[in-house]
Structure formats: structure tokens, C-alpha cells
Design a protein around this ligand. Structure first.
Ligand code: HEC
Ligand code: HEC
Length: 476
């Protein structure tokens, strides 16, 4: 498609040299044009960029700018892909992103220059680095699909380094990935924290880490809408010492954005341009709103650029979203968090092994955890009943309306996820063309054009023709 439009531009001479030749249309006609374009963003990018170049000044004068700009920016987002050198998901290329990071921020500490040293646990204690070894619930890391990790927090005056090594699940596997976020702390009450992301890849012996190269990164933003991603490890997959560090880390993450609403993406992202925050009718936007709204709660919005599997996971598997509203639900999640503190280390390891079969069925893991704790005498029958009730709700739900304990249960699949996904495409569409819709309803059917041009009829026919070709000729 790209080659074709370049060819057409060559024959019709629509080069930037003709920058002033903006087709003459009324604002209403422009609005219609952009609405039509918004239906097919990827193939519209090139013509939209050209129109913007030719007509930017005109749009400023005739009030079409807001309409044109939003559709164009939406079209640009179709380019932030692995295939265009944007595997990290930023608006800038991977290469530009990495080279814009201040010197030293993404350097591994000397101790990690050859990978994870065998004495890493002692090393962390000695150095005062916070460390937690845990199993992720959600993300199998390449190349072997391991869920095990060790995460270090190395605090600095200006920058905190969060460095996470994938650990082998099978001792024969030589793991390779290192995830790394350098978090530049806010400098004053009006400043925001800035995260810098990268990944290193170790050799076939887990040594000699090298930064990944353009195109081979993971798309960080798709799962990290708020910069740091709060840890939600599998219950009991970390030691009691790890639990302390985990609390510390969670608090550090919260503090980066507390009262500030969001992180500073340093121009690599403009989340407010990615559509309306998702989950308006589901109560998510109270918190996930890009810093609009009450800053105590605000964090990065969830949008169409986010990994659906992760949104679903938070809602239907780890069941933490929307944030547990009832004290009893919170008590359940606290009970899960606290498991390492009520077991001996040997018991914890047994527990953790007992959870393995539920790796691919997180919904059943909570039940299995309650059962294990009960069978091993760690909770009373009463506690077991209470936790099972919180998890599963009233047996007759929803037909229990007349009873005081008519409760749905954490585990019962809530319809929010489906509902939200069903509503979002229309919300996104409406948002993209919101300003264009305004022009349709206003009395705007007159043309304003500041670039008097003799060729207007021809150019207009040419661009219409190009539109037709690029969109398979079918959209009009
Ligand atoms: C598929 C989703 C996903 C993608 C893509 C992803 N992450 Fe994460 N990341 C997570 C989750 C979830 C956690 C929290 C730990 C857990 O429960 O697994 C996390 C945690 C981390 C951590 C530990 C600190 C923290 O924020 O919790 C680092 C460092 C990290 N990711 C770096 C990266 C980098 C760098 C990229 C892109 C190159 C990236 N991640 C891409 C899901 C993802
Ligand atoms: C009361 C505030 C609040 C509400 C309401 C809320 N969230 Fe969250 N959300 C949070 C906090 C705090 C975190 C980080 C802690 C965590 O990951 O558990 C988070 C994390 C997430 C994450 C992981 C990415 C991230 O931002 O770190 C997703 C996905 C998510 N929420 C989705 C949702 C969805 C979908 C809804 C609505 C159904 C929702 N949330 C409602 C506060 C909220």
C-alpha cells in the first residue's frame, strides 16, 4: 500500500513542494472526510499526513483542527508496532527511546555485569538491596515460559533501579531475560516520576547480558499503563523475608505516583491521545484516568492499547479489579498475601508446590489455597467456611435476594469484563470523531481557505481518487 500511494503521489505531483495546496472544502465536508477516514486508520495514515501538511494552517483558521488532529493522531498509532521498530510500544522508535535515556540509568550494576551471581541472596543483604523471589501469576517469560523471577530494587538518590531476572523452573534451563526499569524520582511536589524501560538478554549460559536490540523488545506499555506494575505474585510463592520486601516494594511503587496522578512518560507516550479511559460504566475510571480526577486514586488509564489478557486477568482471575470494595473481600486478599508469614519456610515450599497444578487456572488456585491451609491445620473450620463463602458467595446467588447474606462471591465471574469490551469500541469510535461530529451539527457549511490556489479542483479530485484507491475504492 505504501509503495502504491508513493507512486500516485509521484504522478500527481502531490509532493511537499505543493505544501500550500489544500483542497477546498467546507468544515462540514472536512468533518465528513475525517469521519470516513477514521474508519480505516492504518491505510489512511499517509493521506492524512499529507492533508495535514497541506491544510494545517487552513484547519487552524476554519476550526477543523481539533477534528483533523485527533483522527491523524489515531492513525499514527497504527505505526507503533514491532514491525515498525516500535516493539516497546512507544511513539518513538526503540532506538530513539533507548538513546534518549540519560547516561548510566540503564546500566546494570557491576555485580550483575556477567548475569546473576550465584551468591545473589547474600549480595542483596550485604548491599541493602531489596529482593523478592516469586512466581508471577500471569507472565511466562521467554525462552522457556518460566513464571519464576527474582526482583531487586536498588535504590539511588536520583534513580531507583528495578532489575528482574527470570529464574529457571527446570534447573537445566539457562534463562536469558532481564527486565529493567530505571525510575527517576520526582524532584519536587510538582514534578512526576519518569520510568525508563529496557530488557537485557543473556547468552546460552545465562551470562554476558546484552541489551536487546530494536524490534526485539516486549511492548512494556501494553501491560504497564502506570509505569511500575504492582506485583501480584502467586500466593505463597515468596518467603517471609520476601513478603517484607514485597510490602516495601509495593509502597515504593505507590509513592512514586501518590498524589501526582500518573508518571511522566517524557514524550515517549501521550496516553490522553489513546482514547477514552476504558471502564466508564464499570467504575474503573474513578482510578484509571491518567491523572484526571482525584489524585490520591488516579493512575494510568486502561485503553485499547492495553493487553486484554491482562485486563481480564485483573478482573476475573486475581480478582483485584475493580478494587475490592467490601472489607471481607479485602480480608480475603490480605489472607492470601499473608500466607508466607503463617507458615514455616518448609511448609511454604510444600504449599507452593501444591499450587503448581493451578498455574493455568488461577480461578481455582484460591480454592486450592484455602483447602490446603485447612487440611494442614493452619486455619479453623470457621475460617475455612468464611473464606470459601467470600470466594464462592451464597449458593443460591442471585436468587437469594431476600436473605441478608445474599452475596455474589469474589470468584463468581463478573460480567464487567465482557460488558466493558462490548462497550469500548463504540466509545472509542465516538471519541475519535468527537470534534468532527461537532462540526456536522454546527452551521459550518461554508468554506474558508487561506491559500488561494489555481489547482484546487484538480488536487481535490486527485486526493479523492487516492482515497478511493487506498481504501479499495469501496468506502464512498
Ligand atoms: C504481558 C504483560 C507485560 C509486558 C508486555 C511487560 N510486563 Fe513488566 N510486568 C508485568 C507484570 C504483570 C508485572 C508484575 C509482576 C508479576 O506479577 O508478574 C511486571 C513487572 C515488571 C518489573 C518489576 C517491577 C514492576 O513494575 O513490577 C519490571 C522491571 C518489568 N516488568 C519490566 C518490563 C519491561 C522493561 C517491559 C518491556 C520491555 C515489560 N516489563 C513488559 C507484565 C508485563
Ligand atoms: C479504587 C481504585 C481502582 C479502581 C476502581 C480500579 N482499579 Fe485497577 N488498579 C488500581 C490500583 C491501585 C492498581 C495497582 C494495584 C494492583 O495491580 O493490584 C490497579 C491495577 C490495575 C491493572 C494493572 C495495570 C496497572 O494499572 O498497574 C489493571 C489492568 C486494572 N487495574 C484494571 C482495572 C479495571 C478493568 C477496573 C474496572 C473494572 C479497575 N482496574 C478498577 C486501582 C483501581
Amino acid at each position: 500500500m505504501k509503495a502504491l500511494s508513493l507512486f500516485l503521489i509521484a504522478i500527481f505531483g502531490l509532493s511537499p513542494a505543493y505544501g500550500a495546496s489544500c483542497p477546498e472544502k467546507t468544515p462540514k465536508q472536512w468533518a465528513e472526510y475525517f469521519i470516513q477516514r477514521s474508519e480505516n486508520l492504518a491505510s489512511s495514515l499517509r493521506p492524512l499526513e499529507e492533508i495535514w501538511e497541506d491544510c494545517g494552517a487552513t484547519f487552524e483558521l476554519n476550526g477543523v483542527k481539533a477534528c483533523a488532529e485527533r483522527v491523524l493522531k489515531s492513525a499514527r498509532q497504527t505505526q507503533y508496532t514491532r514491525y515498525n521498530g516500535h516493539s516497546m510500544g512507544w511513539e518513538v522508535s526503540d532506538t530513539d527511546y533507548i538513546s534518549s535515556v540519560p547516561d548510566g540509568y540503564l546500566d546494570l550494576p557491576r555485580e550483575f555485569k556477567d548475569g546473576l551471581p550465584a551468591n545473589y541472596q547474600e549480595l542483596a543483604r550485604e548491599k541493602g538491596w531489596k529482593m523478592v523471589e516469586y512466581r508471577s501469576r500471569t507472565v511466562p517469560n521467554p525462552p522457556y515460559g518460566s513464571f519464576s523471577r527474582v526482583l531487586f530494587l536498588i535504590e539511588g538518590e536520583k534513580v531507583d533501579k528495578w532489575i528482574q531476572f527470570t529464574l529457571p523452573e527446570d534447573p537445566n534451563n539457562k534463562e536469558r531475560l532481564i527486565d529493567f526499569i530505571a525510575l527517576e524520582k520526582p524532584e519536587g511536589p510538582n514534578d512526576k516520576a519518569t520510568p525508563y524501560f529496557t530488557q537485557y538478554w543473556r547468552d546460552g549460559n545465562s551470562r554476558n547480558p546484552k541489551m536487546r536490540t530494536s524490534g526485539s523488545f516486549d511492548n512494556c506499555y501494553s501491560c504497564h499503563p502506570n509505569g511500575m506494575r504492582e506485583l501480584s505474585p502467586e500466593p505463597g510463592s515468596y518467603s517471609a523475608e520476601g513478603a517484607q520486601n514485597l510490602d516495601y516494594m509495593r509502597e515504593a511503587m505507590t509513592n512514586y505516583t501518590a498524589g501526582r496522578g500518573s508518571v511522566d512518560w517524557g514524550g515517549a507516550l501521550h496516553p490522553e491521545e489513546y482514547g477514552p479511559p476504558m471502564g466508564q460504566a464499570q467504575g474503573c475510571v474513578k482510578c484509571h484516568n491518567n491523572g484526571d480526577g482525584m489524585h490520591e486514586f488516579s493512575r494510568g488509564a486502561i485503553t485499547g492499547r492495553h493487553d486484554r489478557g491482562h485486563i481480564r486477568h485483573k478482573m476475573t482471575e486475581d480478582k483485584t479489579m475493580p478494587v475490592s470494595m467490601l472489607p471481607m473481600e479485602k480480608s480475603f486478599l490480605d489472607f492470601m498475601d499473608n500466607i508466607p508469614n503463617v507458615l514455616t519456610e518448609a511448609e511454604r515450599q510444600q504449599f507452593s508446590r501444591a499450587m503448581l497444578p493451578y498455574k493455568r487456572n488461577q480461578g481455582a488456585m484460591y480454592d486450592a489455597a484455602v483447602k490446603w491451609m485447612s487440611e494442614n491445620g493452619k486455619i479453623t473450620d470457621e475460617e475455612k467456611q468464611r473464606y470459601s463463602f467470600i470466594l464462592n458467595g451464597h449458593p443460591n446467588y442471585p436468587a437469594c435476594e431476600d436473605q441478608p447474606d445474599c452475596y455474589k462471591g469474589l470468584k463468581r465471574f463478573n460480567k464487567y469484563y465482557e460488558e466493558m469490551m462490548e462497550q469500548y469500541p463504540d466509545q472509542l469510535k465516538a471519541w475519535r470523531t468527537e470534534h468532527c461530529q461537532d462540526l456536522l451539527t454546527e452551521e459550518q457549511d461554508h468554506s474558508v481557505n487561506d491559500s488561494g490556489r489555481a489547482t484546487e479542483g484538480f488536487i481535490e479530485r486527485a486526493t479523492d481518487f487516492i482515497d478511493g484507491v487506498i481504501n479499495g475504492g469501496s468506502e464512498r
